[in-house]
Design a protein around this ligand. Structure first.
Ligand SMILES: CC(C)(COP(=O)(O)OP(=O)(O)OC[C@H]1O[C@@H](n2cnc3c(N)ncnc32)[C@H](O)[C@@H]1OP(=O)(O)O)[C@@H](O)C(=O)NCCC(=O)NCCS
Length: 209
C-alpha cells in the first residue's frame, strides 16, 4: 500500500535535497545522503519496516546517523516494533492535483521571487527588509514534490505560506504533487485542499546502545 506515492515522494524529496544517489535493497530505498548527522535514509512501507530497520542497525554508520522514513497506519505500534531504532516524529504523506489547490495572492507589502531550473522551482517572499518565507518544488515527470516550506516565526499566520504554495503550484508543469507534512504544516496543506495518504514515521538509529 502507498508504495507508488511513497516512491514518487522520495524521488522528488531526493531531487530537492540533492540526494540523488539511491538504490533498491530488498524493497527498501536506500538514499545515500552523506551528511555528517544523516549518512543514509532508508525509505520503505510498513511491510518492509523490519528489513529497513535491519539495514539501519547493521550498516557501518555511526550510531544516530542512519535515518528511516516508513509509511504506517499506526505510528505508535510501528515505533514500538522498530526498537532499538528510535522513533523521532510522525509526518504525513500528502498529495493533491495541483489544478485543484486553492489559490491565494501574496499579501501586501510582501513580494514574491521565483527562480527556476528544469527540475527545481525556488520561491521566496520578502517584506519589511527580510526574507519572510521560502519553499521549493522539485519537478519530476512522476509528480512534483513540495519541500522546505518555511515562514519565519515573525511573519507567520499572515497568509505567506499559502501564497508561496500558490506560486509554486502555478509554476509547476506536472499535474500531481506530493509532500511530507510536519505537524505544523499539515493544517496549512489541508486548508489548501491537500489530502493525507498515510502517516510516515521518521526514525533513526539510537545513540544510546
Ligand atoms: C507551517 C508554516 C509554513 C505555515 O506558515 P504561515 O505563513 O504561518 O501559514 P499561512 O499564514 O499561509 O497559513 C495559511 C492557513 O494554514 C493554516 N495554518 C497555518 N499555520 C497553522 C497553525 N500553526 N495551526 C493551524 N492552522 C494553521 C490556517 O488555515 C491558515 O489560515 P488562517 O491563518 O487564515 O487560519 C509555518 O508555521 C512554519 O514555517 N512552520 C515551521 C516549519 C514547518 O513545519 N514547515 C512545514 C514543513 S512540511
Amino acid at each position: 500500500m502507498h508504495e507508488k506515492a511513497l516512491t514518487r515522494w522520495q524521488r522528488g524529496w531526493s531531487a530537492s535535497r540533492g540526494w540523488t544517489d539511491y538504490q533498491q535493497v530488498d524493497d527498501v530505498t536506500v538514499v545515500r545522503v552523506g551528511e555528517p548527522e544523516r549518512r543514509v535514509e532508508y525509505v520503505a512501507t510498513e511491510a518492509n519496516a523490519t528489513a529497513a530497520a535491519h539495514l539501519a542497525l547493521t550498516d557501518s554508520n555511526p550510531p544516530g546517523t542512519s535515518w528511516l522514513a516508513i509509511t504506517t497506519d499506526n505510528p505508535d505500534r510501528l515505533a514500538a516494533d522498530l526498537k532499538p531504532v528510535e522513533a523521532l516524529r510522525t509526518e504525513w504523506l500528502m498529495t493533491i492535483s495541483l489544478a485543484e489547490q486553492a489559490s491565494y495572492p501574496v499579501p501586501p507589502p510582501y513580494s514574491l521571487e521565483l527562480s527556476t531550473t528544469p527540475s527545481i522551482i525556488d520561491a521566496q517572499i520578502c517584506g519589511y527588509g527580510e526574507v519572510a518565507a521560502t519553499g521549493r518544488m522539485a519537478v519530476l515527470h512522476t509528480g512534483a514534490v513540495a519541500d522546505l516550506i518555511t515562514t519565519d516565526p515573525a511573519h507567520r499566520r499572515r497568509g505567506l505560506a499559502r501564497a508561496l504554495m500558490t506560486a509554486l503550484a502555478q509554476a509547476t508543469p506536472t499535474p500531481a504533487a506530493y509532500l511530507s507534512a510536519s505537524s505544523h504544516g499539515r493544517p496549512l496543506y489541508e486548508s489548501l485542499g491537500w489530502t493525507t495518504i498515510t502517516p510516515l514515521l521518521v526514525a533513526r538509529t539510537s545513540t544510546s546502545y
